[in-house]
Design a protein around this ligand. Structure first.
Ligand code: MN
Length: 289
């Protein structure tokens, strides 16, 4: 049975800057704020293609903390660099993904890669926050650099395109990301008239963002930058691209626990937030200049 669509949302009206390097529209929780309907995903920021001019000083956001969840950066265009207080660093380029587990607490900084900054150019990116269940909120901080070549690849029939499986499983092909709860994160690239028919478990919360292009999905139209929320009924997803399209599809088993958030800390209770703030102020997340 086909998964029915609950609603197709337009792009939020206004963008915000994260530091000076990320020009993002917040699809949730600002645009759509029923957090339990998108769990285990906490936040979706999308920087649609934007041309940043050349800069000698890399744009981005300086050292800041996180605790209790994971940050996932998907680079569609441009290059993003990362450093954290656990000594991890890396650069992701177009098609790559950086999956950071903040867990028990970390400091990191995120900015445009140095050479990309110098030349400037097209930048297109998603940052997704993935919640951790109570049992894993204090997991040791970790970092997975997932390059485009490591993704699971579903090659679609009739030159339809490719699904890069970042996490989970699409049509029998698994993705490389290690996750704490069950989820699918698919980077779908469809050629004009390309079709993807796949199944997502009925008990997953499921949504998708049209990063580029336009599609018909399960009987509705979704245009560029629109966001589709599926009902938790049925499992079939049938996408037909009416133009060359790039789609981010997210699904996951909901984490049915209370969410307590203060900025970059996401815990279950207020007391745990106070604890996170105290730990950060006491320097327990390490040092990062
Ligand atoms: Mn961050």
């Amino acid at each position: 049975m086909i998964k029915e669509i609950e609603q197709v949302f337009k792009r939020p009206a206004n963008y915000g800057m994260v530091g000076d390097g990320f020009r993002v529209y917040n699809y949730f929780p600002t645009g759509f704020n029923d957090r339990m309907r998108v769990s285990p995903f906490l936040m979706l920021d999308f920087n649609p293609e934007f041309n940043f001019g050349p800069s000698d000083t890399p744009r981005g956001v300086g050292s800041h903390p996180h605790k209790g969840f994971e940050t996932v950066t998907i680079a569609y265009k441009g290059s993003v660099a990362h450093h954290d207080s656990k000594g991890n660093s890396g650069v992701i380029n177009a098609g790559d993904v950086q999956w950071m587990t903040a867990g028990a607490g970390i400091l990191h900084k995120e900015y445009h890669e140095e050479n990309f900054s110098k030349t400037g150019g097209a930048f297109q990116m998603v940052q997704l926050w993935v919640n951790l269940p109570r049992a894993n909120k204090l997991a040791p901080a970790g970092y997975q650099a997932i390059e485009a070549a490591q993704m699971g690849k579903v090659i679609l029939d009739n030159n339809g395109g490719t699904v890069n499986v970042i996490a989970g499983e699409c049509n029998g092909v698994k993705g490389p990301a290690k996750t704490f709860t069950q989820m699918n994160v698919f980077d779908i690239r469809l050629n004009e008239n390309g079709k993807l028919n796949t199944l997502v478990p009925q008990n997953h919360n499921c949504n998708m963002l049209v990063v580029e292009g336009a599609v018909e999905v399960n009987g509705k139209t979704a245009s560029e930058h629109e966001f589709v929320l599926f009902k938790n009924l049925g499992d079939g997803i049938n996408i037909h691209a009416t133009k060359n399209s790039v789609i981010l599809l997210l699904s996951g088993l909901p984490i049915n626990e209370p969410i307590a958030q203060y900025g970059p800390f996401v815990m279950n209770t207020r007391e745990e937030l106070y604890e996170a703030i105290d730990e950060f102020n006491a320097g327990k997340f390490g040092v990062l200049n």
